[in-house]
Design a binder for this molecule. Structure first.
Ligand SMILES: Cc1cc2nc3c(=O)[nH]c(=O)nc-3n(C[C@H](O)[C@H](O)[C@H](O)COP(=O)(O)OP(=O)(O)OC[C@H]3O[C@@H](n4cnc5c(N)ncnc54)[C@H](O)[C@@H]3O)c2cc1C
Ligand SMILES: NC(=O)c1ccc[n+]([C@@H]2O[C@H](COP(=O)([O-])OP(=O)(O)OC[C@H]3O[C@@H](n4cnc5c(N)ncnc54)[C@H](O)[C@@H]3O)[C@@H](O)[C@H]2O)c1
Length: 489
C-alpha cells in the first residue's frame, strides 16, 4: 500500500474542508485534503443554492397569481413549465458548482487525494484501501447525509431525498413529503407553489426550527392556510403500487382516514453526521452518546479517550451542532488553523447564532432560543418577551405581506437583548439586524436609539422592542399606535 506522510490531513472537501485546507496551508506546506464524493460542496450541489433556485421560481409563480388585489391583471392562466423550471435550477446550480470546482482545480494535485478515508489508528488514515496517510494532525470535515426510517423503503425507488429533487428533469404531479423541518418547509412550499399536489407529514409537532410555542402555533396555522402541513401526523401505512406510493393517514383537522396516491415520497426527516464510515473508534477519541467526537466549540479540538486534548479537530455538519453554511466555513477555518498550529491551539471567533428559513413568510432565529431562555432565566422570571404581529404592520400591509409574528427576548434588570424568533416578511433581513445587535451586546434601550426609516418592515421590530422595553419596566407601555412615528408600527 502506498504511504503518504503529512503534517495535516483533512477528511472532506466541502465548505468546512476547503476552509480548513486554506487555514492549515498558512502554517505548513504539507497538507492533504481527501474527498470521496464529487467536488462541489453540499451547499452548491444539493443544498443552499439549488433549493433557493427552486424557491425563486415558486415565488415568481406565487406573485404572478396574486396580482389582482393590487388592481393589476395578468391575462390568461399562470402556468408552470416544469421542464423549464428544473432546467434553470440545474443550469444555475451547475454554474455555482463550477466556481467551487475551479477553486479546487487551483489546489495543487499533490495536496488532493480522491477516495473515502477511514481511521486505522489515531494518526493513520486508509483511503479506499489503497493509500495509507500518516498525519501528525487530522481535521474531520466529512459533512452529513439525509437519514430516514427504514419503513420509508416500502416506497422503493419512489423514495427520494433532496439530492434527487435537484436532478429532476421536470416537476412531478404529486409528492408526499415527510419531515416539516427546514428542508421540508422550504422544498414543500416551493413544490406546492409550482403546482405539485403535496402533503407534508411530521412527527411530534416540530415545525422548522421554531421553538417559541406561540410563534410555532401561529406558523402552523399560517402554513396550513396555504398547504397541508401536519407536524404531528398519524400515518398508518406506506405502500408501493406500480409507479405510485400509496399513503394511508388520518387527515389533520377532519380526523378522516384517507388513502392517497403520490408520485414520490420525499424524505426530509433530518440529517446524520458522516461519522459511521470513519472507523472512528480507531482514532481513540472521547465520543458522545451519538458516537460523535466530543470537542471544544471554540477550538474545534477533540479529546482523546484519556480525556486530554487531541491532535484531531472536527468542523462543519459532521459535528452535528450548527449545520449551516456560515458555521461550517468558520469552523473549517478555525479547525484548519488549529491543526496547523497544534499544540499551540487558539480559540476562534464564534458568532451570534443566526438561522434563516426561506419559506414564505420567512423564519429567522437569533441568539438564545426560547427553551434555552426558559432553562437559564425561567425560574426567576428573569427574561421578558416583546411581541409584534405583522398583520397590521404598515409596510407589510402595503406589500400584502402582512402575515407573521415576532418575539424578541431580553434580560430583566440589564435590558440586554438575548434573542428573537421571527416568522414574518423579510425575516432574513430582520434576523441579520438583530444578530448584529446581539453580537454587539446591545440593550433594548440602545437598540431603540437607532434610526428607523419610514415606512419599512423594521418599524415592526421597533414596536416589538418598545413592547419589550415596557415589559422590562424600562419604558412606557404601548397604549396606542405610535402616530408621531408614522403609520408603520
Ligand atoms: C437542501 C439543503 C438546503 C440547505 N440550505 C442552506 C441554506 O440556505 N443556508 C445555510 O446556511 N445552510 C444550508 N444548508 C446546510 C449547508 O449546506 C451545510 O451546513 C454545509 O454545506 C455543510 O458543509 P460541510 O463542509 O460540513 O459538509 P459538505 O459540504 O457535505 O462536505 C463534506 C464532504 O466530505 C466528503 N466525505 C464524507 N465522508 C468522507 C470520507 N470518509 N472520506 C473522504 N471524504 C468524505 C463528502 O463527500 C463531502 O464532499 C442546506 C443543506 C441542505 C441539504
Ligand atoms: N435555510 C437554511 O439555512 C437551511 C435549509 C435547509 C437545511 N438547512 C440545514 O440542514 C439541517 C437539516 O435539515 P432537515 O430539514 O433535514 O432537518 P430538521 O431537523 O430541520 O428537520 C427534520 C424534521 O423531520 C421530522 N421527522 C423526523 N422523523 C420523522 C418521521 N419519521 N416522519 C415525519 N417527520 C419526521 C422532525 O420532527 C423534523 O421536523 C437543518 O437543521 C439546517 O441547519 C438549513
Amino acid at each position: 500500500m502506498e504511504v503518504r506522510k503529512v503534517d495535516v490531513a483533512i477528511i472532506g472537501a466541502g465548505t468546512a474542508g476547503l476552509g480548513a485546507y486554506r487555514a492549515a496551508k498558512a502554517h505548513t506546506d504539507s497538507v492533504v485534503m481527501i474527498e470521496g464524493g464529487p467536488y462541489g460542496t453540499t451547499c452548491a450541489r444539493v443544498g443552499c443554492m439549488p433549493s433557493k433556485l427552486l424557491i425563486a421560481a415558486a415565488e415568481t409563480a406565487h406573485h404572478a397569481r396574486d396580482t389582482a388585489p393590487f388592481g393589476v391583471n395578468v391575462s390568461g392562466e399562470v402556468t408552470v413549465d416544469g421542464r423549464a423550471v428544473m432546467d434553470r435550477v440545474r443550469r444555475e446550480r451547475d454554474r455555482f458548482v463550477s466556481f467551487v470546482i475551479e477553486s479546487v482545480d487551483g489546489i495543487p494535485d499533490t495536496d488532493k487525494l480522491r477516495g473515502y478515508a477511514r481511521f486505522a489508528d489515531a494518526n493513520t488514515l486508509i483511503v479506499d484501501e489503497e493509500i495509507r496517510v500518516e498525519a501528525d494532525k487530522i481535521v474531520i470535515a466529512s459533512g452529513s447525509r439525509p437519514t430516514y426510517p427504514a419503513f420509508f423503503e416500502a416506497a422503493g425507488d419512489r423514495l427520494v431525498i433532496n439530492d434527487d429533487v435537484f436532478e429532476w428533469e421536470t416537476l412531478p404531479e404529486s409528492v408526499a413529503l415527510f419531515g416539516p423541518g427546514v428542508i421540508g418547509l422550504e422544498l414543500g412550499q416551493a413544490l406546492h407553489r409550482l403546482g405539485v399536489r403535496l402533503r407534508i407529514f411530521g412527527v411530534g409537532g416540530a415545525l422548522g426550527p421554531l421553538q417559541d410555542p406561540t410563534i410555532r402555533d401561529y406558523a402552523e396555522q399560517a402554513f396550513n392556510d396555504e398547504l397541508y402541513v401536519d407536524p404531528d401526523a398519524t400515518v398508518e401505512s406506506i405502500e408501493r403500487d406500480g409507479d405510485s406510493v400509496i399513503i394511508t393517514f388520518i387527515e389533520r383537522g377532519t380526523g378522516e382516514r384517507l388513502t392517497e396516491r403520490f408520485d414520490y415520497l420525499l424524505a426530509a426527516t433530518g440529517r446524520r453526521p458522516n461519522i459511521d464510515g470513519l472507523d472512528i473508534e480507531a482514532a481513540h477519541l472521547t465520543l458522545d452518546a451519538r458516537g460523535v467526537p466530543v470537542y471544544n466549540r471554540h477550538t474545534l479540538q477533540c479529546r482523546n479517550d484519556q480525556d486530554s486534548p487531541s491532535h484531531v479537530f472536527i468542523a462543519g455538519d459532521v459535528n452535528h451542532e450548527l449545520p449551516l453554511l456560515h458555521e461550517a466555513s468558520d469552523e473549517g477555518r478555525i479547525a484548519g488553523d488549529n491543526a496547523g498550529r497544534y499544540p499551540d491551539v487558539r480559540a476562534g471567533h464564534r458568532r451570534t447564532p443566526l438561522g434563516v428559513v426561506f419559506s414564505d413568510p420567512q423564519i429567522a432565529t437569533v441568539g438564545m432560543s426560547y427553551p434555552q431562555l426558559e432553562a437559564r432565566y425561567g425560574d426567576c422570571e428573569c427574561f421578558a418577551v416583546g411581541e409584534v404581529s405583522f398583520e397590521g404592520q404598515g409596510r407589510s400591509r402595503v406589500m400584502r405581506m402582512n402575515k407573521g409574528l415576532m418575539h424578541v427576548y431580553a434580560e430583566q434588570g440589564s435590558g440586554l437583548f438575548l434573542g428573537a424568533e421571527i416568522f414574518g416578511p423579510r425575516a432574513e433581513h430582520l434576523g441579520h439586524l438583530l444578530a448584529w445587535a446581539h453580537q454587539q451586546r446591545l440593550t433594548v434601550s440602545e437598540m431603540l436609539e437607532m434610526p428607523f426609516y419610514h415606512p419599512v418592515v423594521e418599524e415592526g421590530l421597533r414596536t416589538a422592542l418598545r413592547d419589550l422595553n415596557a415589559k422590562l419596566q424600562l419604558g412606557p407601555a404601548i397604549v396606542e399606535r405610535c402616530m408621531e412615528c408614522g403609520p408603520g408600527d
